[in-house]
Design a protein around this ligand. Structure first.
Ligand SMILES: NC(=O)c1ccc[n+]([C@@H]2O[C@H](COP(=O)([O-])OP(=O)(O)OC[C@H]3O[C@@H](n4cnc5c(N)ncnc54)[C@H](OP(=O)(O)O)[C@@H]3O)[C@@H](O)[C@H]2O)c1
Length: 510
């Protein structure tokens, strides 16, 4: 969380896997924007580490291409880039080569010797998960993990592929680094609108008194993508929607919606409150998985007028793949606040639109005093947090339609970041990288949080893995997922709420 009291402590960030997609597309554009916005310390260095044989010049050129293409700002200009580029260095070596770590350690000591204060050392692992263990071990042996205050390690998702592999990974990490030095990234938590859930709930007196089972009927969390797996078929085959999205992003959003008010914004206080939510989620027994969880896989179809192929035809995907590209869940949080309030979660690829939002659906009014003719269009109140592509909050209320008769109609009060603040929000990686630099772990996942989130989905994973899906592909590209997902919520006499932004567009069309 960006703090205005940033101490400009000297910082060296070492990126392992520096030749890869994440570095070029997200990490370096974010660092460059932080540089342009004067958030980076004067003494800052980026050392790229990978096997690819770049020279320093070709590495800088490669990163500049990434910034030009992916930064939220338009292309770099020569003057700014030439001010930034000298901070960038490159080392080519194998991740298991002890000599490389000795060189790294010597370079860091030399840099430290050049200034008055020791620099913070951030080891950013942007490599496939299989490399984590060797890198962590080598960093430990080279004494690069010893300084609890200044040595930090950043780990990208996926954080394990089930509870037991997550535990093993946590064990590897915590045998070398202290938990306080470990920053597990879930980039969703860096999004402005996700952070805004905390402000909405805890900086306004309005919501907290009604934020409970007495006033809230249910909550829906939707993270829909219109794209398929694109070039990531190989990775996705081993992941699937439950691992790739629900265990981390959707579960974190659920925690922010359901957590108790924190006493302070201290990192551990916030994380404790989130872990409490995860521990309170009612386990789904394996034999009841079908009643609470639905999986789907996209077939071919049409999206926005374009023909789209089936998941099983994507490159890197098995022709008889059982991997789910859609998942919908019904969860309960068993505590005083939320008892019996369902949380419906759904995510999928090749859905009709790219949209992420949380809908908090309130209960109907206890007594309807208006005549039936007035309430034909009546709807219960709904609070919607738009995460993307729109960023903002919407509150649906009832209003009297203008005219001489009493007729109620739902209307929306809408706050958008763009209109309210007239600025472009920083990218999630900017917020998260800055937090690592200043040592604020609030938006990062602690070991117990990751394990608790895996515990929630474990029975579903096991249930799904035990039985091959008989009906895949079971939804067409460009639709809102399989029919079973509609049935999951229809059984409770509810329905998936159409994204309010899509409703608006639909209204414009008709
Ligand atoms: N890309 C994203 O948007 C994104 C988003 C969230 C999380 N992540 C996670 O971030 C990590 C890196 O993702 P990425 O998309 O940047 O991957 P990538 O493009 O494949 O890059 C991975 C880098 O790791 C190095 N590497 C080391 N051993 C490797 C191996 N056995 N196979 C392939 N590459 C190897 C490669 O560098 P050398 O070959 O030069 O050593 C390569 O530059 C992964 O854990 C991924 O799940 C990525």
């Amino acid at each position: 969380m960006i703090s205005l009291s940033l101490q400009h402590e000297p910082t060296v960030i070492m990126i392992f896997g520096a030749s890869g997609d994440l570095t070029q597309r997200k990490v370096v554009p974010a660092l460059y924007n932080l540089f342009l916005d004067h958030w980076l310390p004067e003494r800052f260095a980026l050392i790229g580490f990978a096997r690819t044989s770049f020279t320093e010049t070709s590495f800088r050129k490669h990163l500049r291409e990434g910034v030009d293409q992916f930064s939220r700002r338009s292309k770099t200009n020569d003057e700014d880039w030439q001010a930034f580029a000298p901070h960038i260095h490159y080392m080519s070596a194998d991740y298991s080569d002890p000599a490389a770590y000795t060189t790294l350690s010597d370079s860091l000591s030399k840099m430290d010797g050049e200034g008055h204060t020791k620099a913070n050392h951030i080891f950013y692992l942007a490599t496939p998960p299989g490399n984590v263990e060797v890198i962590v071990q080598r960093l430990g042996r080279a004494n690069l993990s010893r300084d609890r205050k200044r040595d930090r390690i950043v780990i990208e998702k996926p954080f394990g592929r089930d509870l037991s592999s997550a535990r093993t990974l946590n064990h590897t990490l915590t045998s070398i680094f202290d938990e306080s030095q470990i920053y597990r990234i879930d980039h969703y938590l860096g999004k402005e609108t996700v952070q805004n859930i905390l402000s909405l709930r805890f900086a306004n007196a309005l919501f907290e008194p009604i934020w409970n089972r007495h006033y809230i009927d249910h909550v829906q969390i939707t993270v829909a993508e219109d794209v398929g797996v694109e070039h990531r078929g190989g990775y996705y085959e081993r992941a699937g929607a439950l691992r790739d999205m629900i265990q981390n992003h959707l579960m974190q959003i659920l925690c922010l919606i359901a957590m108790e008010p924190p006493v302070s914004f201290n990192a551990d206080e916030i994380r404790n409150k989130k872990v409490d939510v995860l521990h309170a989620i009612r386990p789904i027994p394996q034999e009841q998985v079908n009643g609470f969880a639905v999986r789907g896989q996209y077939g071919d179809g049409w999206i926005q007028g374009q023909r789209a192929s089936a998941y099983r035809e994507e490159s890197g995907v098995a022709p008889d793949s059982s991997t789910e590209t859609f998942a919908a869940l019904k969860l309960f949080v068993d505590n005083w606040r939320w008892q019996d309030v369902p949380f419906y979660l759904r995510t999928g690829k090749r859905l009709p639109a790219k949209v992420s939002e949380v809908s908090v659906q309130f209960r109907p009014v206890p007594h309807q005093s208006f005549p039936l003719s007035a309430v034909r269009d009546w709807q219960p109140n709904r609070l919607v947090v738009h995460i993307q592509p729109e960023e903002g909050v919407l509150l649906r209320i009832q209003a009297k339609q203008p005219g001489l008769t009493m007729r109620l109609s739902p209307v929306d009060m809408h706050f958008t970041y763009q209109e309210a603040f007239q600025v472009t929000s920083p990218d999630a990686y900017e917020a998260l990288l800055l937090d690592v630099m200043i040592g604020d772990a609030t938006l990062f996942m602690r070991a117990d949080q990751v394990e608790a989130a895996w515990s929630v989905v474990t029975f579903i994973l096991e249930g799904w893995e035990a039985v091959k899906p008989p009906d895949f592909p079971n939804y067409s590209s460009g639709t809102w997922g399989p029919e079973a997902a509609e049935a999951l919520i229809a059984r409770d006499e509810r329905k998936w709420l159409l994204s309010t932004s899509l409703e608006k567009h639909k209204g414009e069309e008709t």
